[in-house]
Design a protein around this ligand. Structure first.
Ligand SMILES: [Zn+2]
Length: 478
């Protein structure tokens, strides 16, 4: 441990980089812009995967795997798609010591190769819908990178579905968006805004893009998941057609949607504090750490016996428990270490606790002293489970309170500029991309999303003063 962590409130960016490394989540790689995900960070990612994968399967989706390499000509078939992605492509020109006849793209996303396969798999309306997801890595040549938030290679899931009608595709797009929001709020304890992206912020090649947006600890926004209605754009580029009930050929309607290792970055940035990470119990690799406290060998035996019994009782109840019985570190050092790693609940067990049939608990969601309490050893499983549930909702509520306190409705553009310096603005926008562009140039804030639910009233665009039918969130974003 040693040195103090950079201040969360004063230097958020340094704080983030230090937490990622000191909590043992990830490390820099010898290849610039790539990251090494360490076991503790990978366990957290596996928990994210688990929560999403369960939801996909519950809604009828299945997993498959498509190749890492995509023929260059595929990417060029959809014009907006190639225009959007070409600056970020990694291209393989040589293989086996020879120049390739056709260069291969390392997938930045897989709409094209999956579209190519769907064209062969779909013949008639009876083959629809296809609801496939893949867990994979993708590569986008990023110039400015940050661990978990933006790396050249990252892990994600990408769902790709095809349907018979626009309505079905739109329904699927929104179903996934709702499922992402549910995961973020229920599992990751991150309150999110759900909305449509503006034309300039949408996915290259999509008809409509939707996203979930979260406020980070420095009040910047992070797009934590996207769901796209692709319309018939990719179906037309790849000839994905079906014969309808009247034996007429129709183009399919597609969707694609993804959540990446960015979600881990969001969890760090939404919940962390000056002591380090704070992980939501639902996703935490270790939910409870037990620290035995003793001096002298005679007491040691009694304490360790009590700790072992307690740990197996909690594990039998389905909790993820770690006993920190390392002898080379003091209890105080261990407390700091597990606080840095964001473990939701710490149990301290010393001779007094064993003798009196009690446990000392320290909650990670509350500042040091206020998070301490004593519970009875008898019925520990029930009490500890109850505390974890409380911690889960308290982390969510703290994040929601923080977001609400830092979101404002500006009365004019001057006020708008002040608000986006240090928070989110919720305001009228006429829909003209030129206003959006000017706002971004002048304030560095971008439109984050257009909430699905609008009041139905009308206002005046915060930038140009023209009539506006929708309110939009603007913020500086990662
Ligand atoms: Zn305007």
């Amino acid at each position: 441990m040693g040195q103090r962590l950079a201040s969360h409130s004063e230097d958020f960016s340094a704080w983030y980089n230090e937490v990622v490394q000191r909590a043992d989540l990830a490390d820099y790689s010898p290849v610039r812009g790539c990251m090494v995900i360490k076991p503790y960070g990978y366990e957290l990612w596996e928990a994210v995967k688990g929560g999403l994968d369960r939801r996909f399967k519950e809604t009828g989706h299945v997993n498959a795997y498509f190749p890492l390499f995509i023929p260059m000509s595929f990417v060029e078939k959809e014009s907006e798609h190639v225009e959007g992605f070409s600056p970020q492509l990694a291209v393989v020109t040589h293989g086996g010591g020879k120049e390739l006849e056709e260069p291969l793209v390392v997938r930045p996303t897989s709409e094209t190769i999956i579209g190519h396969m769907y064209a062969q798999w779909v013949q008639s309306y009876r083959d629809l819908p296809i609801l496939i997801n893949q867990w994979a890595n993708v590569v986008r040549w990023e110039l400015r990178t940050r661990l978990f938030l933006r790396t050249m290679e990252f892990l994600w899931q990408e769902g790709h579905t095809v349907h018979a009608t626009y309505e079905e595709a739109e329904e699927e797009t929104l179903r996934i968006l709702g499922l992402y929001a549910d995961f973020a709020q229920t599992d990751a304890a991150i309150p999110v805004l759900v909305g449509r992206k503006s034309e300039s912020e949408k996915f290259p090649g999509a008809l409509t893009s939707y996203s979930i947006e979260a406020m980070m600890g420095d009040k910047r926004a992070l797009q934590a998941g996207t769901s796209h209605n692709l319309g018939q754009n990719f179906a037309k580029a790849f000839e994905v057609t079906y014969l309808d009930q009247n034996n007429e050929t129709q183009y399919c309607w597609g969707t694609s949607w993804g959540v990446s290792t960015r979600m881990v970055g969001a969890i760090i940035m939404v919940h962390g504090d000056d002591q380090g990470l704070r992980l939501p119990p639902v996703l935490a690799p270790v939910q409870v750490v037990v620290v035995p406290i003793y001096k002298g060998d005679d007491v040691k035996h009694t304490v360790l016996e009590g700790v072992t019994e307690l740990a197996s009782e909690l594990r039998a109840g389905g909790l993820r428990v770690h006993v920190d019985d390392r002898e080379e570190y003091t209890p105080g050092w261990k407390f700091n270490d597990w606080e840095m790693r964001g473990v939701p609940l710490r149990l301290e067990v010393g001779p007094r606790e064993v003798q009196e049939g009690k446990l000392t608990c320290a909650r990670r969601d509350a500042p040091r002293r206020s998070g301490k309490e004593s519970i009875a050893r008898a019925g520990a499983l029930e009490q500890v489970s109850g505390l974890l549930t409380e911690i889960q909702s308290s982390l969510h509520d703290q994040a929601l309170e923080f977001r609400d306190a830092n979101t404002h409705e500006p009365k004019d553009y001057e006020e708008f500029k002040e608000i986006v310096e240090d928070g989110w603005a919720y305001t009228w926008w006429c829909g003209n991309p030129r206003c959006e562009e000017s706002i971004q140039e002048e304030t560095k804030a971008t439109s984050r999303c257009i909430p699905l639910e609008q009041a139905g009233d009308e206002g005046r665009c915060i930038y140009c003063g023209e009539k506006a039918a929708e309110r939009v969130y603007f913020a500086r974003a990662y």
